[in-house]
Design a binder for this molecule. Sequence first.
Ligand code: DX5
Ligand code: ZN
Length: 217
Amino acid sequence: MVKIAPSILSADFGNLYEDIAKVEKAGADYLHIDVMDGHFVPNITIGPLVVEALRSKSSLVFDIHLMIENPDIYIPAFANAGADIITVHAEACIHLHRTIQNIKSHGVKAAVALNPATSLDILEYVLNDVDMVLLMTVNPGFGGQKFIDGSLNKIQKLRDIVNSRGIDVEIEVDGGINLNNVKEVVDAGANVIVAGSAIFGSTDVEKTIRNFKELVI
Ligand code: DX5
Ligand code: ZN
């Protein structure tokens, strides 16, 4: 089953609870929370305090996308704040295997994200240890960017590898996904769809989520 993960980066931060309640009511599966530190990416967003505050208001799966340097330092704080899945960027981890074990040691699902320019090869020796791989389909840092077309091929390649290993690893895609290209992305092999501006930038958030779900059945 394909899952929809609205990214709150494009939500109204002055009315975050209301926006989250809308996507939850509309049947979203994961809540994608983008954490940026102004170093790994040129933007700053939210930290564990906000995640903790949202936790008491929502029962969605909290999918925390860490776009930060030295993620190991902050993994305990995000786990305690209520993360269900923590994703780290391979490019930010010197000891990626150790970082994955660190996430799991907190009872949280572990995922690895790859920037558009990063090869799938880096997954070779960790793929069997993760619950999910996040393929960036834009360069991380901002919502509302254009989907990088060459990404479809990368999604397909990863799907083939996951299937040939016979492992249960989700493939999440993030960046520039909308109602016009979501089907192609799912056909290529993705099963968790992040969408920020396409959902929160639409006039009817609940209807847009329902439209996404209809397209990926
Ligand atoms: C970008 C973030 C994304 C972003 C996606 O660095 O990781 O999650 O919110 O936004 P859209 O769907 O607008 O490209
Ligand atoms: Zn993200």
